[in-house]
Design a protein around this ligand. Structure first.
Ligand code: ADP
Ligand code: ADP
Ligand code: MG
Length: 675
């Protein structure tokens, strides 16, 4: 076994690999970019070496530097994680040339599967079923257009070198083909440096079911069953589970055999995933093979009682697979939820910022590689800690929350519970959305297909509801208590300060005070407190109740509201009060009468960058008349394209940036005159 390995990645997967290495007594070397100097993965490894500036191209994708670091630190092998260099055959070759073990498949297998087009041709020969489409070399736009017409719409265009759901475009009809192809190619070249595309029939209501395969250097190849990853947004996975609901033993064996055949056809070694797209009737087609460890590997680990990173290390060191096919079985059910820094209400737009407060559900003392301990099997794979930032340079995933249950129902209940215990302040997250998703009928009833989120828009994006009175009361009590403390501290320190001597608000209205909060949707709440001997009388819309603070432990409060006890956590972030109670998270902005009245926000068609990023296309010219909704500039940030469109009919006055320019958050991209 290796004595020391280098982990060529960041975030949760770097931490995940380091955890297994540590358990096996293997030393670890981290590499990091300037943006990650204080990152968790740097802290959990035995050594860490700076490899370059924040952009991945200058750091995590610099194979040459990473190999030099491995040699200098005496690492014998490199684990690439997922993303970055994990599917880069040239990097695997370079490792071999430098005398380092690449913990992954042979470069030849990566090359064979690296191109979705070439992989489909190979699978065709191996008699693995394929989605009808075109995956040849001819790339002339007119030719591809004819092929799309032949396949029949809707057609899906994919970047042959693609991954992470990027570069995919659904084309609804022949008129939309040209623009979709251009956009697909543009994203393909900017993300993968290769604009080759393939076209496929876009299936209706399909499920994404994938098979985990594992092969060793001695010729053994097995499958560790399936994962269902149908719940997706933007063709990217949101929830994953194992086993797949309604899977029959026969179908499982058929898919497992097809996956093993696919792996064998390319001389596969190590961990790999063969992704299938399945119809509701269970018929399935090969989609692609991911030649690396998958993000959602923990659900497989939980139901099979394995540590797949350990398996990877053993196989890379030349050992045989730890288990044979007939020694594997599925125990219980596991579900993973990807916690992203993003705003589901705004089209899942990634969000950036600092994790000012991070409170995670109790992770049961679940040991990697063991069947989880009952009764509470919760695992969190995370690469961030409180105080860390989600930057625009990398993936916006904050953590993976994985739960195990004796059956799907129990796993679901645990997931809902764990999500309610997750508290994040400082940036937008998808936690509340995930909670609605796992509690919603569609997922609960396993009515799965890749359109689940879109199909259930109404239930998943309910109209904004008022903040419950209990949450407002918690915020109000927290505020008043905090002011009391401050004023006591001040009066001790500075007796001359008039605000310190008497609590400021008491000066105006003898013993009553009206507070004002606004929620995220601008709705106003005005709880009025009247001071009683014991506690207060709280009056607000539809409520009049006696309120008393029962106990306070830092940010955790228990209050009595009328006859009910309310517990919650109130985290203050400037003027924002984040209240966590009853499984909900409510952000209430305190309208401080003492603070300067904030300037009215300039609204309406400011053509600014939604987040820091790079300009990838400029579609309008200075002096051009445009119609409302017309695309003007396309930016790329956080692995996503954002199209800036004309807010009204008007005239483009001046374009302020060129293709390739880096722009900061909020920077005006162009000058525009409304017609
Ligand atoms: P999975 O099926 O395991 O979710 P994805 O294709 O979604 O795999 O990609 C896994 C991770 O790697 C994601 O976080 C994605 O953003 C990232 N990723 C995928 N392709 C690339 C790439 N070419 N460069 C960098 N990161 C990538
Ligand atoms: P990536 O490399 O980005 O993961 P995939 O080829 O694996 O690309 O496709 C990603 C997702 O896109 C799938 O999980 C599925 O939801 C959807 N998808 C892919 N191919 C099809 C298809 N032919 N019809 C319908 N949906 C598809
Ligand atoms: Mg895929």
């Amino acid at each position: 076994m290796f004595k020391k390995i280098l982990i060529a990645n960041r975030g949760e997967i770097a931490c995940r690999v380091a955890a297994t290495a540590r358990r096996m007594g293997i030393k670890t070397v981290a590499v990091y970019s300037e943006a990650d100097a204080n990152a968790k993965h740097v802290a959990v490894c035995d050594e860490a070496v700076l490899i370059g500036p924040a952009p991945a191209k200058e750091s995590y994708l610099r194979g040459d530097k990473i190999i030099a670091v491995a040699l200098a630190t005496g690492a014998q092998a490199i684990h690439p994680g997922y993303g970055f260099l994990s599917e880069n055959a040239e990097f695997a070759d370079a490792c071999a040339e430098a005398g380092l073990v690449f913990i992954g498949p042979p470069a030849s297998a990566m090359r064979a599967m690296g191109s979705k087009s070439a992989a489909k041709s190979l699978m065709e020969k191996a008699k693995v079923p394929l989605v009808p489409g075109y995956h040849g070399d001819e790339q002339d736009p007119d030719f591809l257009h004819k092929e799309a017409d032949r396949i029949g719409y809707p057609v899906l265009l994919k970047a042959s070198a693609g991954g992470g759901g990027k570069g995919m475009r659904v084309v609804e009809n022949t008129a939309a083909f040209k623009d979709a192809l251009a956009s697909c190619k543009r994203e393909a070249i900017s993300s993968f440096g290769d604009d080759k595309v393939l076209a496929e029939k876009y299936l209706q209501r399909p499920r994404h079911i994938e098979i985990q395969v594992f092969a060793d250097t001695l010729g053994n190849c097995i499958y560790l069953f399936e994962r269902d990853c149908s719940v997706q947004r933007r063709h990217q996975k949101v929830l994953e589970e194992a086993p797949a609901p309604n899977m029959t033993a026969e179908r499982r064996a058929a898919m497992g055999d097809a996956a093993v055949a696919a792996a064998k056809a390319v001389g596969y070694v190590g961990a790999g995933t063969v992704e299938f797209i399945a119809n509701q009737d269970g018929s399935f087609y090969f989609m692609e093979m991911n030649t690396r460890l998958q993000v959602e590997h923990p659900v497989t680990e939980m139901v099979t009682g394995t540590d797949l990173v350990e398996w990877q290390l053993r196989v890379a060191a030349g050992e045989p697979l730890p288990k044979k096919q007939d020694e594997l079985k599925i125990t219980g059910h596991a579900i993973e939820a990807r916690i992203y820094a993003e705003n589901p209400e705004k089209g899942f737009l990634p969000s950036i910022g600092t994790l000012r407060h991070l409170e995670t559900p109790e992770a049961a003392n679940f040991e990697l590689g063991g069947i989880p301990n009952l009764p509470s099997a919760v695992r969190i794979d995370s690469g961030v800690r409180e105080g860390d930032a989600i930057s625009p340079f990398y993936d916006p995933m904050i953590a993976k929350l994985i739960v195990w249950g004796a059956d799907r129902k129990q796993a679901l209940a645990r997931m809902a519970q764990a999500l309610s215990q997750y508290q994040i302040v400082g940036l937008a997250t998808n936690i509340a959305f995930l909670k609605r998703l796992v509690e919603g009928d569609a997922f609960a009833n396993a009515d799965l297909d890749t359109g689940l989120i879109e199909r259930n828009q109404e239930a998943l994006f309910p109209p904004a509801r008022s903040v419950p009175a209990a949450a407002v009361a918690l915020a109000a009590v927290a505020l008043v208590e905090q002011e009391k403390e401050q004023s006591a501290a001040q009066s001790g320190a500075n007796r001359a300060d008039p605000w310190g001597q008497a609590l400021g608000w008491r000066m105006n209205t003898a013993y009553a005070r009206k507070l004002s909060f606004s929620d995220e949707h601008g709705k106003n709440y005005q709880p009025q407190f009247s001071y009683l001997h014991q506690g207060w009388l709280l009056a607000m819309e539809g409520i009049e109740a006696h309120v008393g603070l029962m106990s306070q432990d830092g940010v955790d409060l228990s209050i009595k509201l009328g006859e009910t006890s309310v517990h919650g956590t109130v985290r203050r972030d400037g003027e924002l009060f984040h209240v966590f109670t009853g499984g909900g998270h409510y952000a209430l902005a305190y309208n401080d009468p003492m603070a300067h009245a904030g300037e009215a926000e300039a609204e309406g068609g400011r053509l600014t960058a939604p987040m820091p990023g790079k300009v990838v296309a400029v579609l309008a010219k200075a002096g051009q008349q445009v119609k409302k909704g017309e695309a003007l500039v396309i930016m790329e940030a956080m692995k996503m394209e954002h199209t800036i469109t004309a807010p009204h009919d008007g005239l483009v006055d001046e374009i302020l940036y060129a293709i390739g320019d880096q722009v900061t958050d909020g920077a005006p991209l162009l000058a525009f005159k409304t017609a």
